[in-house]
Design a protein around this ligand. Structure first.
Ligand SMILES: NC(=O)c1ccc[n+]([C@@H]2O[C@H](COP(=O)([O-])OP(=O)(O)OC[C@H]3O[C@@H](n4cnc5c(N)ncnc54)[C@H](OP(=O)(O)O)[C@@H]3O)[C@@H](O)[C@H]2O)c1
Length: 297
């Protein structure tokens, strides 16, 4: 049988790099696509081929998908508070993934696997989640065989809590009682591998432990060995800041709108993940080794 080649977009991301490791360990051909040459340098020794391009720009993918059977997209604008990407999730996630879908069709690819996000009812309306659901819809409409994997919050997005815990004060948006089961990036990468060849339209992925937002913060305090003090910040503060930032930094505006909603709503998905948050926090705090290197992007 001819080898089924994979194009992995977002291979330098928190989940993408874990997926790249898993696929290469299985001997698969993986051509990677990411935007920053500095980040791409980290995957050069691992990937079969490397393409550097800003997929949100028109016309840059010509040739990038030649000979590809399956596109896996872990591509999305960053979910950190870092300032570097100003463009909204609509302008990056929807535009870049639409370019990928179109390029996949043109190149005769057969399957599209997408890393989406779990849309809990209390925050599915936000611009961040809506961008992911739009991408899913466009993949379905393309006629390609496809699956979308929808994780809850990934541990990498919680690593900043360790620095906060060290300061002795943990700011938690809302009243801290909303529940969530965040998930390890390797558990998400494994869920993507499972649907690589075939799988359901949508797979939701949560981690092993359902906790309140206060319990997540207390786990971070425990990892740094501090008693700590939790301060509840009204979600309205994040909503107002989101409105103020709309014209200045569209992505941060989208992110704060999402934070204001997700931190006061339950975000719980089926517990497919097995790796506990405690070990991740301990690694990030300098204790046991788990995956500290991917938490530092
Ligand atoms: N982190 C979470 O808690 C979480 C939870 C649920 C869902 N998700 C979703 O899962 C996806 C991946 O998340 P992640 O945390 O792994 O993200 P990440 O670490 O920020 O990685 C994003 C990847 O996308 C690439 N990328 C971004 N813009 C691009 C562009 N215009 N052209 C080409 N490549 C581009 C980045 O490349 P460079 O390295 O070159 O910038 C990077 O490889 C995102 O859609 C995210 O919204 C994340």
């Amino acid at each position: 049988m001819t080898e089924q080649r994979i194009l992995l977009a977002g291979a330098t991301g928190a989940v993408g790099i874990e997926l790249l490791r898993l696929l290469r360990a299985r001997g698969r051909f993986v051509r990677t696509l990411s935007r920053s040459p500095e980040n791409a340098a980290r995957v050069r020794g691992l990937a079969s081929e490397v393409v550097v391009a800003d997929a949100a720009e028109p016309g840059v993918l010509a040739g990038a998908l030649e000979g590809i059977h399956t596109v896996v997209s872990c591509l999305g604008a960053n979910v950190s508070m870092a300032l570097r990407e100003r463009r909204s999730y609509q302008d990056v996630d929807v535009v870049a993934n639409t370019h990928l879908i179109e390029a996949a069709k043109r190149a005769g690819a057969k399957r599209f696997v997408y890393l989406s996000a779990h849309p809990g009812p209390g925050y599915a309306h936000t611009r961040y989640i809506s961008a992911h659901l739009q991408v899913e819809e466009r993949i379905r409409a393309s006629g390609l065989s496809s699956s979308s994997v929808r994780p809850t919050g990934i541990y990498t997005a919680l690593t900043d809590l360790i620095a906060m815990a060290r300061s002795g004060v943990g700011a938690v948006p809302g009243d801290g009682r909303a529940r969530t089961n965040p998930v390890h990036p390797v558990d998400v990468a494994e869920a993507l591998v499972e649907v690589l060849a075939e799988g359901p339209d949508v797979v939701s992925v949560g981690g092993p432990d359902v906790m309140t937002r206060d319990e997540v913060m207390r786990l971070a305090f425990a990892a740094v060995g501090k008693e700590g003090h939790v301060v509840h910040v009204p979600a309205g503060v994040f909503r107002s800041t989101s409105v103020l930032l709309a014209g200045v930094h569209p992505r941060l505006s989208d992110l704060l709108e999402f934070v204001a909603a997700v931190m006061v709503s339950d975000s719980v998905a089926p517990a497919r993940g097995t790796r506990p948050l405690r070990a991740w926090f301990e690694a990030a705090a300098g204790g046991r080794a788990d995956r500290p290197e991917v938490s530092e992007r």
